[in-house]
Design a protein around this ligand. Sequence first.
Ligand SMILES: Cc1cc2nc3c(=O)[nH]c(=O)nc-3n(C[C@H](O)[C@H](O)[C@H](O)COP(=O)(O)O)c2cc1C
Length: 198
Amino acid sequence: MTPPDAFTDLANRMSAAQSTAALIEGRRTIHDFLPHAVPQELLSRAIDVARWAPNHYLSEPWHFYILGPQTAQAIADLNADLVTAARGADAGASKRARWRAIPGWLAVTCDRSEDATRQQEDYAACCCAIQNLSLYLWQAGVGVKWTTGAVTRSPEFYDLIWVDPARESIVGLIWYGYPAEIPRTARKALDQIVIALP
Ligand SMILES: Cc1cc2nc3c(=O)[nH]c(=O)nc-3n(C[C@H](O)[C@H](O)[C@H](O)COP(=O)(O)O)c2cc1C
């Protein structure tokens, strides 16, 4: 990759990069999915791409747990129990029905480290990997919702996905499927977040 040497070269390169910008800007978190299953081959390739995320010391701290229907339903039930305890039976039943209808389930975990800096950097790398996965799937017409609800921090959740919480931490429960609806969202103006120093 060589730096642009003239204004027209820069314009051409920015134009070439526009499809990447459109993909990044167009991706949305999907809350409602169609019932159709996503082909396993597509998910496998998304994970394959995800692991090309930057990761300090090439620690490759991520693990991708593809959750089958039995595990997904057990998680939906566990979550319904938590919601029932907090907000009552009706709320729990409604959540159970909603979660049971989600077509694709993936859990992403990160290796734990005794070193706080390493832990933070490894978590950051896992987040980059999830974004890679999301963008790849989005380009293929598949939406994702990254969730970190209370259920994902419960010991029972770790049990259900066969993860030892002393060795790995949950970065996200990732739902995926074909979008039933694509929501709108917004970002702050650039001048609210960009600070240029001399
Ligand atoms: C670490 C992380 C955790 C998230 N957890 C949740 C969640 O528990 N529930 C939820 O509705 N969305 C969750 N999201 C998705 C955000 O709500 C979403 O990214 C945000 O609203 C911006 O929308 P967009 O992704 O369409 O740009 C999470 C996102 C990240 C990065």
